[in-house]
Design a protein around this ligand. Sequence first.
Ligand code: SME
Length: 158
Amino acid sequence: MHSVDYALLNRQLEALLDTRDWLTNSAQTCAFIYHTLEELNWVGVYLQRQPNQLSLGPFQGKPACHPIPFNKGVCGAAARLQATQRVDDVHAIADHIACDADSRSELVVPIVIDGHLWGVLDLDSPQHARFSQEDQSGIEALVATFIRQTDLPFFINQ
Ligand code: SME
């Protein structure tokens, strides 16, 4: 249904990220994904600026939830477990944080450097089961490019 050339997107993102600044690059990455992929209603970065808590960073879409503790929601799970979370139906997740009632499926990829969590990239869709395994691998590759091309300062001691 959504056949996307993620290898091409990766090369485009590599070219787009022409600084090493985390704020510029995270804003550009969110805007690039939001305007390139179909059926998304929110794309953003949450940063670990305090222990065990995510703070809202650059994003595209409606104003969103802030802060998110590690023990809540899909973003919290991705941060706590340092593992990608792909949820077909967020309504089925008991502690899902509903920032926007329109969101149905979600993909959250942790941004981890040397085993330490810097933040997460969160994609939301109004469509049930929007994200396939192929989307997951593709977005994880885009996150790897973001990490490789960006200086990511840690805001807390880890
Ligand atoms: N739904 C997320 C919260 C973040 S927003 O959707 C922007 C969650 O449960 O972690």
